[in-house]
Design a protein around this ligand. Structure first.
Ligand code: HEC
Length: 341
């Protein structure tokens, strides 16, 4: 009996030992032997799982990548270019100046700004007092300059910096920057600062933001946008080698030309895209750019002034469909037109 029990113990130890050793074969892409794999691998598809079935998604991911140009909620920036200081004058603060929002602005200001501008905005923060850093050219937030400075320009400076002041767009979200702007305003105006009643709704930042593309502010065409996009979607290039669009495209481009003649205040940026990377011998520059230029030349031939048109090629960097199918490739091979200010 005693002997048998010993044997059982030895056997169990052996089985456990072997099992443990076999389990240790994991490494690299080999997960080793998994006992109860359901505990490791979810039955349901998980966002970050990669499986071969998901062949239309990059890297076999379950999750699809956002469409090009997608902006996470709340992250919409007001402008994508630093030159827009003058234009920023027109932006209004979309965040309601409630006490809570201004208090949050103060909290953020105390962390990010007071070491230069001082607790009360008198430009007497430690950095400025050290004398190693030139102070702003105005006395403090109570100076007329700041009183008259628009919220938009203050927001722009906080975002991109100005002179000796660095950019803070990477440390504060747009909403946070607007809250700080309210706080600056409250320091600037003192008792005259008017709070919004608690509960006042802020404007939806994404709605309020002017849409931009490539650093250009887009003109809101309203319902005409659909017509323009539809016309451009008919501009087709038959073969990789050709710079020319199909003859069937011309009437559609004529519509765009007519629209530009009817709207002389609009300028256009013509942007070419190709399906996948190609090197075409004898073709100068990126094919996508060549095609955008083809469209530009056509529009010029239809009486649109050259000054109103710019062209750019995005290569294959902005696909709108899968490049694995013929239809997808056809969709990706396109020229778009953006109306800009
Ligand atoms: C390193 C010191 C420093 C820090 C930190 C700093 N600033 Fe400034 N700030 C300056 C200087 C210097 C100027 C003057 C820039 C100029 O006009 O050349 C300035 C200008 C400004 C202006 C006037 C903008 C305009 O358009 O003329 C505002 C508003 C302002 N800062 C707010 C802030 C806020 C808010 C923060 C924190 C998020 C901040 N600053 C952080 C140094 C600083």
């Amino acid at each position: 009996m005693q002997f048998l029990q010993n044997q059982k113990v030895t056997l169990s130890a052996f089985v456990i030992g072997v099992t443990a050793l076999v389990g240790c074969t994991a490494g690299g892409n080999n997960p080793g032997i998994e006992y109860a794999p359901n505990m490791y691998v979810s039955e349901a598809y998980e966002a970050y799982t990669q499986t071969e079935e998901m062949k239309y998604n990059p890297h076999g991911m379950t999750m699809r990548l956002p469409v090009p140009g997608a902006v996470a909620q709340g992250q919409m920036d007001f402008t994508a270019y630093a030159e827009g200081y003058e234009a920023s004058d027109a932006w209004s603060n979309p965040i309601a100046a409630t006490e809570a929002n201004v208090a949050e602005g103060k909290r953020l200001y105390d962390i990010n700004c007071q070491h230069c501008h001082g607790k009360k905005g008198k430009n007497d923060g430690g950095v400025i007092k050290s004398g190693k850093y030139a102070p702003p050219p105005w006395d403090g937030y109570e100076a007329d300059y700041i009183k008259e400075l628009s919220d938009g320009k203050a927001f722009h400076t906080i975002t991109y910096g100005k002179g000796n002041m660095g950019a803070h767009g990477n440390v504060l979200t747009p909403a946070e920057r607007w809250k700080v702007v309210h706080y600056i305003r409250s320091l600037s105006l003192g008792d005259a600062f008017q709070y919004a009643p608690e509960g006042t709704e802020s404007v939806d930042m994404v709605e309020a933001a002017p849409k931009t593309f490539d650093g250009f502010e887009l003109v809101d065409l309203g319902p005409d946008l659909e017509m323009i996009n539809a016309a451009m979607s008919h501009v087709q290039f038959s073969d990789l080698k050709y710079k020319k669009f199909n003859d069937a495209s011309a009437p559609h481009l004529d519509k765009v030309a007519k629209y530009m003649i009817d709207h002389p205040e609009l300028n256009a940026r013509v942007v070419g895209h190709i399906a996948s990377k190609v090197k075409v011998p004898g073709l100068q520059g990126e094919l996508s750019e060549v095609r955008a230029n083809t469209v530009v030349k056509y529009l010029i031939s239809k009486g649109i002034s050259e000054d109103r048109l710019t062209a750019d090629g995005k290569g294959s960097s902005m696909p709108i469909a899968s490049n694995d199918t013929k239809e997808g490739k056809e969709k990706n091979r396109r020229v778009e037109i953006y109306f800009i200010k």
